[in-house]
Design a protein around this ligand. Structure first.
Ligand code: DC
Length: 225
């Protein structure tokens, strides 16, 4: 029996698998907090670009990794992210940040900094956390772990629609490249964590995926005898 107020729901998966909308929906339905760790990596990336640091120079990124001061709001209906007191919710979604975030996320100093911050925010739980390494590294003891994937072409179509773009082929290329870097990096690569339930979201609507995850949480709260 797990107390909902203290539960941690860890959701990892590939880019564009529907993680964000799913996690927000689950958190809303269950009255939990929500943390988008991808937004934290994006915020650090935005900060590096803003300060003229070459995001492909791992030594330069590592040297400044301790500087940006992040603040994440965990309300699922309106999550926020600020760096050095500046709201960057929109700025972190630009193509430039999207292209640059994977190399920045491979830098161990960046990961170590954000890991500490993520664990601090998770605190006593009552939260849905999405990312790439939540169930494997950030919170392996999570009561519910899910690993979301989707067919690359379906993901590209969904992401192109979300971002208002029309070039589905180019979007699919970018997603595949991010998956390749995210899965291949040495520190905390994207993997299906031990104990995580794999959900291929391709054939489901958003509402259906949310219900599947809510079902996993209910199972954890009241496991069959
Ligand atoms: O979920 P997203 O697409 O906004 O994530 C952006 C990038 O951040 C992603 O390409 C990899 C990185 N990331 C990570 O390395 N670890 C996490 N827990 C979350 C995101």
């Amino acid at each position: 029996m797990v107390d909902l107020g203290r539960i941690v729901v860890a959701v990892d998966g590939t880019s564009g698998s529907g993680k964000s909308s799913t996690c927000r929906g689950v958190a809303e339905r269950l009255g939990l907090r929500y943390l988008d760790t991808g937004a934290m990596f994006r915020a650090v990336t935005w900060w590096m670009l803003h300060h003229g640091i070459d995001v492909h120079d791992a030594v330069a990124v590592a040297a400044r990794a301790h500087e940006p001061v992040l603040s994440s709001g965990t309300e699922p209906t309106g999550p926020t992210i600020a760096v050095d007191g500046r709201d960057v919710s929109a700025a972190i979604r630009t193509d430039e940040v999207t292209r640059s975030v994977s190399p920045v996320s491979t830098v161990p100093e960046v990961r170590a900094r954000l890991l500490a911050l993520q664990r601090e925010i998770i605190g006593d739980g009552g939260i849905v956390v999405e990312g790439r390494d939540i169930g494997s590294v950030v919170w392996p003891q999570a009561e519910v772990k899910a690993y979301l994937t989707a067919d690359p072409a379906a993901r590209a179509a969904r992401r192109a629609l979300e971002e208002g773009g029309t070039d589905v082929g180019a979007t699919e290329q970018v997603l595949r490249e991010r998956d390749r870097i995210d899965s291949g990096r040495a520190t905390a690569p994207l993997v299906q964590a031990d104990g995580a339930v794999h959900l291929d979201t391709t054939p489901y609507t958003l509402d259906e995926v949310i219900s599947l995850l809510v079902g996993l949480v209910e199972q954890a709260q009241d496991p069959a005898p």
